[in-house]
Design a protein around this ligand. Structure first.
Ligand SMILES: [Zn+2]
Length: 97
């Protein structure tokens, strides 16, 4: 069985206001999420992307990497609610931009 790995997720811009998302587009109802807190988000995200042969497309405030029903979120030590919510949406919807 061929495994399909999806990587991506980004949050390059700070969002000053609460953003709403369409949760009806969630691909899964359950997800195992690991949250890694780091001092250098871009370094950690670049290292995670590199594991899958990708380069970090731009500077990020947070990122998420998912495979099947597992997902890893990487944030700085004091992320915004928007950072975390955005990455969780990537976990449940993959590419939702
Ligand atoms: Zn994103």
């Amino acid at each position: 069985m061929k495994k399909f790995i999806v990587i991506l997720a980004c949050f390059g811009l700070s969002v000053a206001h609460a953003q709403s998302y369409d949760a009806t587009k969630n691909l899964r109802k359950t997800m195992t999420i690991t949250w890694e807190v780091v001092s250098d988000v871009n370094k950690a995200c670049a290292a995670e992307y590199a594991k899958y042969g990708h380069k970090l497309p731009y500077q990020m405030d947070a990122c998420a990497v998912w495979k099947g029903n597992t997902c890893k979120i990487i944030t700085k030590k004091r992320p915004t609610e928007s950072d975390v919510g955005h990455e969780i949406m990537h976990c449940f919807q993959e590419h939702f931009h």
